[in-house]
Each structure stands twice: as C-alpha cells, then as structure tokens.
Design a protein around this ligand. Sequence first.
Ligand code: PXG
Length: 445
Amino acid sequence: MNARISPAPAQSDLEAFWMPFTANRQFKANPRLLTRAEGMHYWTADGRQVIDAVAGLWCVNAGHGRREITEAVTRQLSVMEYAPTFQMGHPIAFELANRLVAIAPPGMDRVFFTNSGSESVDTALKIAIAYHRARGAGQRTRFIGREKGYHGVGFGGMSVGGMVNNRKFFGSSMLPGVDHLPHTLDIGHNAFSRNLPQWGMHLANELERLIALHDASTIAAVIVEPISGSAGVLLPPVGYLKRLREICDKHDILLIFDEVITGFGRVGKPFAAQAFDVTPDLMTTAKGLSNGAIPMGAVFTQRKVYEAFMQGPENTIELFHGYTYSAHPVACAAALATLDIYAKEELLTRAATLSSTWEDAVHSMRGLPNVIDVRNYGLIGAVELEPRAGKPGARAFDVFLKCFERGVMVRQTGDVIALSPPLIIERGHIAQIVETLSQVIRETA
Ligand code: PXG
C-alpha cells in the first residue's frame, strides 16, 4: 500500500501545474486524477479501479507498488540520500553498472548514467561526436535520424526526432546537419501484419542515399528506435535493422539504438538488440530501468567506444559531460531492486512467453469499425483507426476517454491506440483490456 494518498485537489487548484504534452485547458475542465497504484491497477481520485494497459508511460514493467523497490529506496535514503559521482564514487553505482552489463547485448559493457530518456539520447549523441573526434575524425558531426522517430525533448533528441509537432514550434533551433531516413510504416503493404512486417527492408537502403549525399566522412551516427513507440508503434520490416547495421559498418558510422521503450523486457528479451540480433554501438535506455519508481536513464556503449576516450594522460577528464544526479544512489537502489524482480520473476523474457496470446487478442480487433491496422510485437500492441474527416486524432482520443471511464487506461497518439502493459500481465487482464477496447471502438462513430 502507498503510504500517502493525497486528497483530490479542487478544480481551482489545478492551474499552477503546466502539464507536459497535455491539452491543459481541456484536462483541467475535466481532470483524470490517479491517486494509488498496485500491481496491474491504478485507482482514481473518486475511487475507481483502472487497469493499466500502458505501464504508466511504458515504464512500470514490473507492475505498480513493488514492495522490494520501496524498501530498497527507503533503505538507501536513510543510509545516504545523495553522493556525487564527479571525481567521487559510491559502491552501488558500480554494482548497478555491472548488473546491467550482465544482461546487455555482447560487447556493450560500459554504462553512462543519466536521469531520463531525453538525457540518455543527448548523452549518446555527444559521445558519438566526441568518439570520432578522439579518433581524429572531428569532421564527423552529422546525425541521421528517422521520420516519426521520438528521441525525447532535448535539443539533440528533438533534432534527430521526426515527429512534426515536437519540432515545428521550435523554429530552426535544431542541431545543424541532421537528416532523416523515411519511416517504415506502410499500411498499404503491411496492414494487419503479425510481428515484423515482411515488406520494407529496402527502406534501409535509403541510408546509402543519404550517405552518398552528405559523404560518410561527415556523419557521426545513425539513431533509430528498434520499434518506434511514441509515433504509434512502427515496426522494423524483417531484415531492416540488420541492413542498417551493415551500411553503418561499411562507412564507419556509429549505430545508436534508442531502447527507452524497447529495453527491459518489452519485446521478450532484455533489449530489442537481442530480440532482433543486431548489436548497436550505443544504446539509450531509461523507463523500465528503474520501473518508473525513481527517474533514471543509462547509455550503454561498446567497449571500443569507451576505449577510444581512454587515451592520453591518465589525469585528464576523458568526457566533459555528466549530471549532478548521474548514478543517484536512490535511483541506483531502485534499479537494483528492479533488476532483482526482473530476474526472480523472469520478466525480461515473459513478453516472449505471452506474445502469441497477446497477438491473437489484439488481432481480434481486426474487422471492428474504423480499424485500419493492428500491429504487435512482444507486449506491444497498436490499433490504428481511420481518422475522422478533417479531425485527425479526434476518434482515437474519444476511444481513450471512454476506455478510461470504463476502467482501462490506454495511450492515444494521433489515430493510434497504443498498448504496452506491465510485463506481469495475466491472460485475464489481456482479455479485459481487449474486450473493453473492442466494445468502445464499436460504439465510437
Ligand atoms: N526515446 C524514446 C524512444 C522514448 O520513447 C524518450 C527517448 C524520452 O524519454 P524521457 O524519459 O525523457 O521522457 C522516450 C520517451 C508515449 C510516450 O506516449 C513515450 C515517451 C514518453 C512519453 C509518452 O508513447 N517516450
């Protein structure tokens, strides 16, 4: 049980908080307030139980209210609430890095800690540029991202990202020299594919075209999400990621996988790199790392990346980058307790065990009114709806609202309903989520 359950604020008390990625006025006129969470569920301020079909925001992979995490955090707070990691260290930071390396793809055995996915992305981009510089290729400063990519909201992540609304309001305040691959969603060819779509591997060859345009000698790294989450679950066609890896290798360009969503069991292996058998040079993570309980992120790198910095006199700082809260002891304690739960309950592979049940359940929504595509992989699902004429996103937003009223929290992005439940989900929960969502889609004109 949570120790503190806040009373619901009065409507007039909602003004001061400028809410992120939210229609503030619409929300504040009709707030949806969560006050307690346990297992697969939230409870609302008015006492309703709501099943969590999105793991908070793709982060609470081990489910809510995990006592082991609460106890680890409480213990750490009482022993040492904070310690710096600039020219100082504390033991559990090193322990956590070692534990993470043990589940990481082969060779990815160095870890840089951050506090969020956005910070992980900006860290990885900076490491990529500095890596090339350290090797005498300081002219390699360009990045290649992808249309519809989401890499957080820092200036770096925004620049390599490809979600138009996240970019257009900020004018030309982007990193220079960024280009974008085409995205891989093609409903014409791939509607209702199960797992990875067969069509579209050739889209990776667009990277060769961009390299020919800019010249490989100017490009530091390619960054993609193995599976795009925020833009509405975009899957990599069979063979696509391997092809990106081959092209990057050929041109000495670093490959960054943004695994903020796909990391920590979402796709049936600890990381998508392992599920797809493609190892990047850098991997950005956050969210499931600490089960969402305490903010934390981590960038994994291949040893060769780290080693490129470990040159020159030993008393030089090799990377002029870091955060006051890098490897915050309380976040480390939360992450260690999270990893213990993942190991004990075999949660990092549970999505693979459940994926065929999950796949059948989400694909049962094919044929419902306005459903133009269903996509799935691991414990990720997406239902794409035909947009209402002239009102993009409105139909899916109505579906999201009605689901919430009926006790199911889903995520809406554009005309897509995205599902990414905690990995502790049971078959009965899957049935409840899909039944409610199906009923609501049927009723939503
Ligand atoms: N990279 C990826 C791939 C992400 O999905 C970030 C970076 C940024 O992480 P932070 O911790 O800075 O938010 C993300 C975040 C959604 C949704 O609705 C997705 C995210 C955040 C909020 C909502 O799909 N992903």
